[in-house]
Design a protein around this ligand. Sequence first.
Ligand code: AHM
Ligand code: MG
Length: 334
Amino acid sequence: MQLGTSLTHFLIENQRTHAGATGDFTLLMNDIVSACKVISSYVNKGNLIGVLGSAETENVQGETQKKLDIITNDVFTNTLMRGGQVAALASEEMDEVYNLPATARRGKYLCVYDPLDGSSNIDVNVTVGTIFSILRAPEGVANPTEQDFLQAGTEQVAAGYCIYGPSTIMILTTGNGVNGFTLDKDVGEFMLTHPNITIPADTAEFAINMSNQRFWEAPVQKYVADCIAGETGPLGKRYNMRWVASMVAEVHRILTRGGIFMYPIDSKTRDKGGKLRLMYEANPMSMIVEQAGGMSITGYERIMEMAPTKLHQRVPVILGSKNEVQKVWDYHKG
Ligand code: AHM
Ligand code: MG
């Protein structure tokens, strides 16, 4: 029997390649892995344990929360708080930065997350996921503030997501490529199944919510029209379209077989800055996509270079296969 590489061993081996590493990052990742295993189990059991449906409450974005939004946020927050490797936490489901109890051990990282992305899909049994971004905490600050979280995507120490689909898969980058680990539920370990993921540079598959078409700006209108025009149109190829309405599922498809995902700015979301959130959706996904050889922009600039102005900031997102994203960027420039 050939033994595989567990995520635990992968992290330890990675730690050994960094002179002076203390093991704190490895421990933080172990906490994230533990939280995601619990979330995977809850998502999997669904109504057997009564966790589906609406919680009838609203988050800071004014969106109605699902029961699982709240439960998964508690699982992730409590696991990381107790692990002692973070100085503070922030999440889509919490209005403000979560500061640790006075007695809790402080670590040198900040973690910002969307505990259950795509949760509008949970009741219909479609793929959802947890997205996380790890930043460095300022030194010697007991209770970091929102300002301490407002670091550009290029400052991320690591980023990843755990996708709860037919399989549960953890995708992780520490700035040295992207690797994927599938949860073996019988054993309770994530095993390396997708080493060194790279996104094909070319694609003929786009993902966008077409119901927003009339609100889009001219460059996106033109690009999508040209995709639909097919072989005889200006782009000279026949395109296929997908829309899961779960960013983790779209990004995972793109990591697997290429593609382009767009949630562009439109007249409906212009006042808010876009639909998706910079700190815990766009930045971590951009780091993953770029580390896999893809590209991630707003239409006008590279997302990871943006200077964040607030924790729950929204941003337009166009990411995926490099040559296709470049094309859409050119449409915006033209
Ligand atoms: P959420 O964090 O509240 O789940 O919202 C983010 C999700 C993304 O996963 C997905 O790409 C998008 O919202 C879907 O939007 P729409 O419902 O407009 O199709
Ligand atoms: Mg989300």
